[in-house]
Design a protein around this ligand. Structure first.
Ligand SMILES: Cc1cc2nc3c(=O)[nH]c(=O)nc-3n(C[C@H](O)[C@H](O)[C@H](O)COP(=O)(O)O)c2cc1C
Length: 365
């Protein structure tokens, strides 16, 4: 193990929170809550395994934030009322028992919603049919509908949903922090992306206007949670447009990361298909390096293909502080222990996510 690799087993302070190491579980939607969005015992057991296996930080699956347009999937958990918020307490308790920390990922699906028990139809920045097709393993099928164009009131409701959910996450559910889901093609990323945002008001236009909603959500969340740890997840690729690149290239990165830095977020969580690769062209800086350049005082979580451990060193050298694993953690819920002992890693078995991506019995043994 190299010195840099050893570094990921050392503690790290992210905002107000001390992690026992720099290995995190990436957020993964597993649609295993009740139909009413209440977190289940199955989820408690699932999340506990990661903390027991040594992960310093677990980031939950995307949790919906309001009873309007935010829910994306049937059986997705929410944090919109007392019952949903209290149910998460069993999850946070289970993680805390093993010295793990856990952040709630707050998510508004926007135009990519495939299942919402509160509203008919979807809502997004502009009346643009999303690229791609709905995900079968989350009970979707066929094209995404054209979203209704969000009014000022819809936008205010969405912001308020994030803020109130963040407060519930900290005060009722016992989470150690929150991650605002600004990535992967969901509502906040729809506003950030030129393809899906054709607005001519203050929420659309150049990248500094398109990032505005993320910043407004951050401000509202910060006001709601005081000094608790708050960060934002950012990506170029999307669940429905895997290879999307920011139209403005590095200038876009400067605008996005610079404004997050100015806003004072505690961390930026970056996800790319392969985190160590150049962000825009065949040669050039990774997104991690660009984020570190334009947001030098923010902690950086790096995600994407990093179960290929040889590449961990590259993203650490580029400025990452915490390494988040998705599929690598599903295959190895005890990844940190394996890594520390030099034990072999188990390869990810995609059948775990089929035909429906709910948590399987074999993951809980
Ligand atoms: C089943 C599954 C569900 C996911 N759900 C979410 C989610 O709810 N929120 C999110 O930000 N990313 C989600 N992701 C993306 C992962 O967090 C991660 O970015 C992706 O798996 C790439 O990282 P990896 O190469 O370590 O797996 C999901 C990924 C998978 C495989």
């Amino acid at each position: 193990m190299t010195i840099n690799q050893q570094q990921i087993l050392t503690p790290f302070d992210i905002g107000q929170v001390r992690l026992v190491n720099r290995l995190a579980v990436a957020p993964m939607t597993r649609i295993s809550a009740s139909a009413e969005g209440v977190a289940s015992q199955r989820q408690v057991d699932y999340y506990e395994r990661f903390a027991k296996g040594g992960f310093g930080l677990t980031i939950t699956e995307g949790i919906y934030t309001d009873q309007k347009f935010s829910q994306g999937y049937l059986f997705q958990p929410g944090i919109t009322d007392l019952e949903q918020s209290q149910a998460w307490h069993a999850v946070t308790n289970a993680v805390h028992k093993h010295d793990g920390k856990i952040f709630a990922q707050l998510m508004h699906a926007g135009a990519l919603s495939q299942g919402n028990r509160f509203s008919q139809g979807t809502a997004g920045p502009s009346a643009v049919t999303p690229k791609g097709e709905q995900m079968g393993f989350y009970y979707g099928n066929g094209q995404y509908p054209i979203p209704r164009v969000m009014t000022e009131e819809d936008i205010a409701d969405a912001i308020d949903g994030f803020a109130k959910s963040a407060a519930r996450a900290i005060e009722i559910s016992g989470f150690d922090g929150v991650e605002i889901h600004g990535a992967n093609g969901y509502l906040l990323d729809q506003f950030l992306t030129d393809f899906s945002n054709h607005r001519t008001d203050k929420w659309g236009g150049d990248v500094r206007s398109r990032v505005r909603l993320i910043l407004e959500v951050y401000k509202a969340v910060r006001n709601a949670v005081g000094s608790a740890t708050v960060g934002v997840r950012i990506s170029q690729g999307k669940v429905n447009d895997f290879f999307h690149k920011w139209a403005e290239g590095e200038a876009g990165a400067e605008a996005v990361f610079g404004s997050l830095a100015d806003a004072g977020v505690d961390f930026i969580h970056l996800t790319e298909f392969e985190a160590w690769k150049p962000a825009f062209v065949d040669a050039g800086d990774s997104l991690v390096k660009l984020a570190h350049r334009y947001a030098p005082n923010q902690a950086i979580i790096s995600n994407g293909g990093l179960h290929q451990v040889d590449h961990i060193e590259e993203v650490l050298n580029d400025g990452a502080d915490v390494i988040a694993l998705g599929k690598g953690a599903l295959a190895n819920p005890d990844f940190p222990q394996r890594f520390a002992n030099g034990a072999p890693l188990i390869e990810f078995d995609p059948s775990i996510l089929g035909p429906i991506a709910d948590i399987k019995d074999k993951e809980l043994v």
